[in-house]
Design a protein around this ligand. Structure first.
Ligand code: SAM
Ligand code: SF4
Length: 383
């Protein structure tokens, strides 16, 4: 039987090779010598499939209000130290227009989880207005937490087509240790929401937190298999970062040291690129927070999306999921210019004005019996 490092060498040279659960845990738990063969294999897969392009997705953090109480997140409902805000649709559109003028064609709207009509109507208005202004030239991704089917259908009707919902961990028991057991934090509900998104035509993203207290390489291997199993189109995976105003802070000694969280995140990106060559994978802000070269390292591991923050400064400082979040104060033109140089330094090409649809989604929808057509939804939307 082939060993994991022999499989990596074979993958690098172009052979089709499946990584078993055992290979995944061996690689994730190996010493630093595995990184070079692993990242080379992931880069070779990337070059053969999606190529060197890096896409930009401007993120707007539209509200930090949240009904949930996740033990790891600074925005949790019971954190009294947060000045809560909600951007109006005009404020969101202004931030998007600034991004559009700088050349961006893909945006992510993110918020805490709120089910109120006002919040959902704000998002629906923004989607409709973006469709009116920019038609098919712009892509909008929503990351608003778990939403009921009727609400997702409302957002679809407004033109929404892309949704990101991290499962956080595929392990139900670990999920239970990271969330209150109060009936609104259920792993099975989150999983069902992802199932609905994917089967009803949404371009679906997910991801996990890496380097959590009590998390093992076995859990992380399970996460990779879960993400492949639900057939995601895009992925955002980042290291867990402590926040002193959250219950998980007390368990920080049960988490790996910061350097290891970075290293595990990079290995997760590389393995997922090998397992799912045609999806979009972002180099997350959390990765860049823990490592100043997180962008370059993430790209070298196989990421192909970079997400500059477009949230107006007066709101941004109150969107603190964790402490020490990088606050880039440069204007967008400077960020794009330096992004091009940083991508170039690792032989990748930043293409700011390409919305960057993942090849995986195009193929998934084209497969007979899949996607919007199968769900009975006509794909009249543009976003
Ligand atoms: N509320 C929505 C949700 O939970 O899906 C979307 C916004 S939430 C702030 C986006 C992501 O932030 C979560 O999926 C979680 O993985 C990440 N996050 C929260 N707290 C974090 C922490 N302390 N360190 C790193 N990432 C964190
Ligand atoms: Fe709310 Fe999302 Fe933070 Fe959980 S991770 S507390 S749902 S903002």
């Amino acid at each position: 039987m082939m060993l994991a490092d022999e499989k990596l060498a074979a993958i690098r040279s172009g052979d089709a090779c499946d990584l078993s659960r055992r290979d995944l845990t061996d690689i994730l738990g190996a010493g630093p010598s595995v990184d070079e063969p692993l990242f080379h294999a992931a880069s070779a897969v990337l070059e053969r499939t999606v190529g060197p392009a890096v896409y930009l997705r401007g993120i707007v953090e539209i509200s930090n209000a949240c009904q949930k109480n996740c033990f790891y997140c600074g925005l949790r409902r019971d954190n009294p130290g947060v000045a809560r805000y909600r951007m109006s649709s005009e404020e969101v559109l202004e931030a998007l227009q600034e991004g559009f003028r700088a050349g961006l064609r893909s945006f992510l709207l993110q918020s805490g989880e709120m089910l109120g009509d006002e919040h959902i109507e704000t998002v629906a208005q923004v989607l409709s207005e973006c469709g009116r202004l920019w038609g098919d030239s712009v892509r909008m991704v929503l990351s608003l937490g778990e939403l009921p089917r009727a609400v997702l259908d409302r957002l679809w009707a407004a033109g929404g087509r892309r949704f990101l919902l991290r499962i956080e961990t595929s392990d139900r028991e670990l999920y239970g240790r990271l969330h209150p057991r109060d009936g609104i934090h259920r792993w099975s509900e989150r999983d069902a929401c992802l199932g609905y998104l994917s089967s009803s035509g949404w371009q679906t993203g997910s991801g996990v937190l890496v380097g959590l207290p009590w998390q093992t390489v076995g859990h992380l291997a399970g996460d990779l298999e879960y993400l492949r199993g639900i057939d995601i189109d895009m992925c955002g995976m980042g290291p867990w970062i402590e926040h002193s105003g959250t219950p998980l802070f007390e368990a920080r000694d049960s988490a790996p040291p910061v350097r290891e969280r970075v290293s595990l995140t990079l290995r997760m990106i590389a393995l997922l690129r090998i397992m799912m060559p045609e999806i979009n994978i972002s180099a997350t802000t959390a990765l860049q927070t823990l490592d100043p070269e997180g962008l370059e390292k993430g790209l070298q591991a196989g990421a192909n999306v970079f997400m500059p923050n477009l949230t107006p400064a007066r709101f941004r400082e109150n969107y603190n999921l964790y402490e020490g979040k990088v606050l880039v104060r440069d204007d967008l033109e400077t960020i794009i210019r330096s992004g091009k140089a940083r991508c170039g330094s690792v032989r990748r090409l930043l293409v700011p004005d390409d919305p960057g649809d993942p090849l995986h989604y195009t193929r998934r929808l084209a497969a007979p019996g899949r996607g919007a057509e199968a769900s009975g939804k006509a794909d009249g939307g543009v976003l």
